[in-house]
Design a protein around this ligand. Structure first.
Ligand code: FEO
Length: 397
């Protein structure tokens, strides 16, 4: 895609990565974009770069707007390499003595990533920089989602360049929220659930700070996906809602299976939940990608996890998912464990331990069935599902 003028004299010179399908473990089944912004004012400012593999295309986009050598200042809002990977190429092209503005942690992290020491200038939270008709306001957003993360707010235009926050892994012809409509929200939710969920308390605090600062935000420009110009409040409100993690009457039965015994248990548990009127989905871990399951975890009220015992332990996909979910720190869940086994049967105990370590309200005991469930075993699984459903429906004390 060509560079797009998103506001007068402000361009998105980023690139579209149509073909990426795995973003270090996150399924990007529609690709993504690496957005980067060029401001033409008395000083010419470039905000963020792109993955190094796209450096040629990115430099070409800049050159379609202005001679890259005329760039006066580079801003690095975030060190992760999908946004800083082309920094060495850009600096080589525009002049290696040009200032690179970043947060304090950005200075440290950029120095650790790139051997060449550029002319880094670190800024304080809230610091302002006049570039002519415009003023840039730097807002530190430490741990959203790296220690170096910051936002750049273009005061006169009301444009918040928000780094990874408010992004989505989506590649399409659309550049703005008004061109895609509500269809983008599923992608924004998945992005939140898989990248930002663990920082929910910080997000709530950040929204409070931004609100108190009285920023008149007219457009939010994340570094991935579409830009929010029609209704920037919509994504802010969604972030507040997702960060609160209010559980719905919704259950996920997440499992893997070797010879269909744990699968039969999963389906019987789901029958019990459904009979209680719970919105229930059964998710086989080799049919669903972990990142899509995690999106559903965000607002689920109950997670029931099943694994056969394999070699005295968990089935590998179950261990993978539990590790992934634990890192993202979801909250406010009722949980349960189940699984079939042949002779040792440790899997249910291990799942329970993991669910307890996530501070979920774990139903004791879980259900273990040797080899294959008989009609009594199926009945006990359905009853287990019913009990979880009833607990989920009970008013919160
Ligand atoms: Fe899109 Fe944290 O990088």
């Amino acid at each position: 895609m060509k560079p797009i003028e998103i506001a007068k004299d402000i361009y998105d010179v980023g690139v579209t990565d149509w073909n990426i399908r795995d973003f270090h473990g996150y399924s990007t089944y529609l690709g993504t974009t690496y957005n980067a912004f060029l401001i033409l004012d008395e000083k010419i400012v470039l905000i963020d770069t792109v993955k190094k593999e796209f450096a040629d295309q990115y430099l070409d986009h800049i050159a379609q707007v202005i001679d890259p050598k005329k760039i006066d200042i580079v801003i690095s809002n975030h060190t992760e390499m999908d946004h800083s990977g082309s920094l060495p190429r850009v600096m080589h092209r525009i002049g290696e003595d040009k200032p690179v503005i970043c947060s304090k942690m950005g200075l440290k992290n950029l120095s650790l990533h790139y051997r060449q020491k550029f002319n880094y200038k670190d800024v304080e939270n809230g610091e302002m920089l006049s570039i002519g008709k415009r003023t840039l306001n730097f807002l530190e957003t430490r741990m959203l989602h790296w220690p170096d993360s910051m936002f750049t707010y273009i005061k006169e235009d009301g444009i918040l360049i928000s780094s990874d926050a408010f992004g989505q892994h989506y590649a399409g012809w659309q550049k703005f929220d008004d061109q895609i409509g509500d269809a983008i929200m599923a992608h924004a939710k998945k992005y939140f659930a898989n990248i930002l969920l663990l920082y929910s308390p910080k997000i709530l605090k950040l929204v409070e700070t931004v609100t108190e600062a009285g920023l008149n935000i007219r457009m939010i420009c994340p570094d991935h996906g579409i830009l929010w110009r029609k209704d920037p409040k919509k994504i802010i409100n969604a972030y507040v809602e997702w960060s609160r993690q209010v559980p719905r009457k919704k259950a996920l039965v997440i499992y893997d299976t070797m010879w269909h015994s744990t699968e039969k248990m999963a389906e019987a548990i789901a029958d019990g939940l459904i009979s209680e009127g719970i919105d229930t989905t059964v998710m086989h871990l080799r049919k669903w990608h972990r990142s899509d399951i995690m999106t559903e975890v965000l607002d689920a009220g109950a997670l029931i996890v099943g694994s056969p015992t394999l070699n005295n332990g968990l089935f590998p996909t179950v261990a993978d998912f539990l590790t992934y979910m634990k890192g993202l720190k979801p909250k406010n869940k009722i949980a349960g464990a189940f699984g079939s086994y042949g002779w040792s049967g440790e899997s249910v105990k291990f799942i329970q331990q993991e669910l307890e370590s996530m501070k979920f309200d774990v139903m004791e005991p879980g259900i273990r069935i040797q080899y294959a469930p008989d009609p009594e075993g199926i009945k006990s699984c359905t009853e287990f599902g019913k009990q979880i459903g009833q607990k989920l429906k009970a008013p919160t004390p």
